[in-house]
Structures are given as C-alpha cells and as structure tokens.
Design a protein. Sequence first.
Length: 314
Amino acid sequence: MKLIQQSFRIEKSQAGNRLDQALQQLLPDYSRSKIQRWIRQGFVCINREYCKPRQKVFSGDLVDLDVPEQDVISDQPQAIEFEILHQDEDIFVINKPTDLVVHPAAGHQDGTLVNGLLAHDPRLQQLPRAGIVHRLDKDTTGVMVVARNLSAHHWLVEQLQARRVKREYIAVARGVVTAGRTIETCIGRHSQNRKKMSVQSGGKTAITHFQVARKFAHHSLVRVQLETGRTHQIRVHMAHINYPLLGDSLYGGRQRIPVGVDEALADVIQGFRRQALHAERLSFEHPGSRELLSFEAALPDDFATLLEALKRYD
C-alpha cells in the first residue's frame, strides 16, 4: 500500500511557483520540509522526469507522486473526546467539538480527530485520511461524516464532487446584513499569508448561499449552504462582502465590541474566542443503502450562550 500515489496537473494559478510550493498547496496536510525530502528522494516527477524542490512548474505540467508507506510514521490511536451521532458498518457521523484539528499536520502531529477515530476503529488506518472525506476548521464545530471502508469512501467522495451532499451551517456575522444572497467567486491561497485564503481570479470556483435568520442590533444570524467546499470558504466569503464572522481574527481582525452595548453582552463577545460558525446539518445518500439521510448537531454551549446574549440585548 502507498501513502500517496497521485497525479496532478499544474493550474495557471500555480504557474511559475517552485515545485515544493505548488505541492504544499495541493497537499496541505504535509509540511514543506517533508515534501522537499520526497522530491530529493525521487518520489516526485514532473512530466515523467525526476526533479528538484526549487524547480519551477508551468501550466499543464504533469506531477506524479509515488511515496512509499514506510516513509511516514503511522498515526496512532488516541482517546479524543467527540460525540458520535451515528455509526454503522459503512460510516461514522460525528459532532466535532471546537479546538480539535481534523488531520495531523505541522504543529499538530497528534491529538487530532484522525487519532480519535483510529481509537474507535483501527481499520481506518487503511483508508485515505482515515476515512475523512471533508473537513471542518479547528474552531468550527458540528456534523461530519467519515467513511469506514473503501467503497463508502469512494461513494462519499463522488457525492461531494457531484455537489450532492447538502452542508448547512449557522453563523453569526458582524454587522446587520440586509438580505441573503449567493456569493460566487474564485478562492485561492493568499499570496502573502499562507495561513489564509483569499478571493482571487486565479483560484477555484467557490459558491456560497446564505439567508438571514435574524437581525440583531449590531450582528446577524445567518444560515449558510455550501455548494462547493473550498478551504475557509464561508469565512472568506462573509469577509469579502464586509460581514466577517464574529470572533474570526484571521479574516475579521481583532474582536470588536460595538459602541453602546451593555457590559454583559460585551463580556460574552469578548470571551467568544473563535469564529461563530457551526455545521448544523449534513444530508447525503448512504453509501450502502443509498437512502437519503440527514443528521443534525446541536449548538455547542458557547454558541448558544452567545445567541442568548444577543437576543437579550436586542
């Protein structure tokens, strides 16, 4: 079994970048140093020829990876707390808590959802990304589906690519949003800050639909549906239309307390130290029965407390 055996075509947005930079965008779960080592060890080819980490790539280049399993240390099972909403022979449906990274990566080699899933089912080690087919940001809470076998994994990935998985979120935005709308842009990696994504002409198409569920004095409760699933998509799109999510320091800057709010609400807002975003509902066809299923994750306590404080002030 291989760790990675994939081929990529270099897109126009990556043309002119170094090979190691381009691969880190394509494989965000692996560090730049690990990718550079793979290239030096001959596990990466451009247009069927061996290459160097600093080699430039061009639009249309074919990049092949064939990385042997023994090059990595397997992720280890760990006791990680999260709620299992449903499980059967094909899937886990889980409610991801805040402050939990989904995949091991630089700075988070363990203590992740992957480690916790392996404790529940060690056979997930044999699946790509331990059966995880979509992700939530570290501080985004809510419902996720995980495949437990290769057939289920293929089915769920196909459903996601065909945009037949319905993902519904609830969020609190800064500012009073006038009305719901559809946001359609292209999103790619930020040119200066590699931790961020941004709206840019050379990125991948991203489509977000949202409706205003309730308006508060200085904030809005919105319900969001993803048509595509780009990294940080909701956070980037809401900031793009000048309604960043409450608590989102990466895309909205420092936490701002609206002028004139009472001390009780100010304390709640100041104490909410993550983006106010929750994956509330997930609907998809079951990989075995093909039955249409829908699962909901209740609001976490901090989000519920925030909403109550906004309602009281309103």
